[in-house]
Ligand binder design. Structure first.
Ligand code: ADP
Ligand code: MG
Length: 346
């Protein structure tokens, strides 16, 4: 097949993206960040700590430098970000299982990057559609089946289903171990026979969540949403077949959710988010240490269980660590960057 990204196999790549400040955020509220290699393909970010005065009166700031596969500064647009993942997206057409995650605290730009009308989800669908059309003259016919699900409190919900059933209908994850295939029971599957359908899918999912919660934003920051695109290709000239999956995941907010003070429903949510984010880190670490085939703790959370066949084996993973430029968020920023460094170094 037309695959030039073979060398990425098994590697977990991490991209860092710093969002710009919004109109409501004055310059005095911003963290001092430096991008030491101001190149087109910057890979480092330095977060400067607060000013510290020594006994001799000299003022210093602590450097907190982090390296990733790419660092996108605040002026970067979604189009440039997509350029950097387009090959990875493409490899789902070649039969790979691809996972792309957005990790970061609430307000750091995950949804803007992933699920907005201008984000990676619609861009990926448009590109896949175009490429598939180009492959038609070589004999390839592709079908694209889409699901959009949410993991909320360790329950799986159908974001494309009937809003009245959102928290009521039970969906089971079924793995076919032999064929490496995952199905979800009673889930709505949309055949994307035109790329424009993705816009209505995103709207539908939003509407679904707003019905469920008084504050849709709050719910989406406390749940993981997973856009799943199954790409099945058949070549009627050569008889070849290809089956790949693209998973685009907008994770729940990673902010340190302390258990203190939280009670009831909130406490349960908090524990579930903490557990699933740390499970994701554990699974990625275990895979990175070459334990594929050995014990990987997929079953520790619904999210990793759902993505089991897209994280190990014949798969490629990329994580965006999203960062807010605000001073008030600096400690969360450092925590996120440390988590991402751990993921990057496995
Ligand atoms: P999250 O999903 O991580 O909670 P959002 O994507 O909702 O964060 O971003 C928070 C706010 O910042 C939103 O108003 C969003 O439009 C804005 N924003 C985020 N990233 C960017 C960006 N790269 N450029 C412009 N605005 C952004
Ligand atoms: Mg969001």
């Amino acid at each position: 097949l037309h695959n030039q990204v073979q060398e990425l196999k098994g590697n977990i790549r991490v991209f860092c993206r710093v969002r710009p400040s919004l109109k409501s955020e004055p310059a005095s509220d911003l963290t001092l960040m430096q991008y030491p290699d101001e190149a087109d393909d910057a890979k480092e970010i330095n977060i400067l700590g607060p000013e510290e005065k020594s006994s001799l009166g000299t003022v210093t700031r602590k450097n907190n430098t982090f390296s990733f596969d790419r660092v996108f500064s605040p002026s970067t647009q979604n189009a440039e970000v997509f350029d950097e993942i387009s090959q990875l997206v493409q490899s789902a057409l070649d039969g790979y299982n691809v996972c792309i995650f957005c990790y970061g605290q609430t307000g750091s730009g995950k949804t803007h990057t992933m699920s907005s009308a201008d984000g990676m989800i619609p861009r990926a669908v448009h590109q896949i559609y175009e490429t598939a059309q180009g492959l038609e003259e070589k004999g390839w016919r592709y079908t694209m089946a889409g699901n959009f699900v949410e993991v909320y409190n360790e329950n799986l919900n159908d974001l494309l289903g009937n809003p009245d059933e959102l928290d009521k209908k039970k969906h089971e994850i079924r793995h076919d171990m032999q064929r490496g295939k995952t199905t979800i029971t009673d889930i709505t599957t949309v055949n994307l026979d035109s790329p424009e359908m993705v816009e209505s899918i995103l709207k539908n999912a939003d509407a679904n969540r707003s019905v469920a919660a008084t504050k849709a934003n709050e719910r989406s920051s406390r749940s993981h949403s997973v856009f799943i695109l199954k790409l099945t290709g058949e070549n009627h000239i050569t008889g070849e077949r290809s089956e790949g999956t693209l998973n685009l995941v907008d994770l729940a907010g990673s902010e340190r959710l302390s258990h203190s003070g939280a009670t009831g429903e909130r406490l349960k949510e908090t524990q579930n988010i903490n557990r699933s984010l740390s499970s994701l880190g554990d699974v990625i670490s275990a895979l990175g240490q070459g334990k594929d085939g050995g014990h990987i703790p997929y079953r520790n959370s619904k999210l990793t269980y759902l993505l089991q066949f897209s994280l190990g084996g014949n798969s490629k993973t990329l994580m965006f660590v999203m960062v807010s430029p605000l001073q008030a968020h600096m400690s969360e920023t450092l925590t996120s960057l440390k988590f991402a460094t751990k993921v990057h170094n496995t």
